[in-house]
Design a protein around this ligand. Sequence first.
Ligand code: COA
Length: 188
Amino acid sequence: MKFLLETQRLILRSFEEGDAERFAEYRSDPAVARYQGWDAPFSLTQAKQFLDVLSQTKPGTPGEWFQIALQLGASGELIGDCAFCVLDNEPRQAEIGFTLAQPYQHCGYAVEAVTRMMDYLFNDLHLHRVRAICDVENLASVRVLERLGLRQEGRLLDNVWFKGRWSSEYVYAILESEWRAQRAGDTP
Ligand SMILES: CC(C)(COP(=O)(O)OP(=O)(O)OC[C@H]1O[C@@H](n2cnc3c(N)ncnc32)[C@H](O)[C@@H]1OP(=O)(O)O)[C@@H](O)C(=O)NCCC(=O)NCCS
């Protein structure tokens, strides 16, 4: 079954085979990969393998990340992705992530896309809590999470050996009740 959500400017959809080249391209940008779990360059072969595994993943399967393609409604261009993983041991909780190709950053697309994904997580998957973990130096990610209303719940000091050094991470989270209250107060 195809995944499909929409926002004012974006289409959030399942990845397709034809996305592999563009996916490899933005994942190969060192600035985009800097705080992420893959290394640049990210080859076309890696992209094809990744999308092949993803095509067999059902959204909401505990323990499995589900990556959602972000397509510009106007031009049809693939500009990045957002993702979620329902926790293996806590199936009413999920972790989220997001990535945009550099030319499309600073346009509000991350907040727009992730807001729609969070609505889906709370309204359709009936989750109780959503969390995100980001490097303390990843200011763009921190800003997106705070704009979305997630609460900074902790700073984990030198908790991960990441790309050749110890890194510290923030844990952010929001409860379903908090998300609903916040969305009810949003201006239309
Ligand atoms: C994190 C990322 C998705 C943000 O995307 P974006 O589309 O630029 O974010 P938005 O345009 O929705 O901006 C949201 C807020 O973040 C701010 N922001 C964006 N990039 C920023 C940066 N580099 N430094 C500081 N703030 C930044 C915006 O100004 C905006 O703030 P405002 O609401 O006060 O105006 C993007 O920078 C990215 O893909 N980075 C590489 C991948 C990554 O690290 N992902 C996160 C892993 S946890």
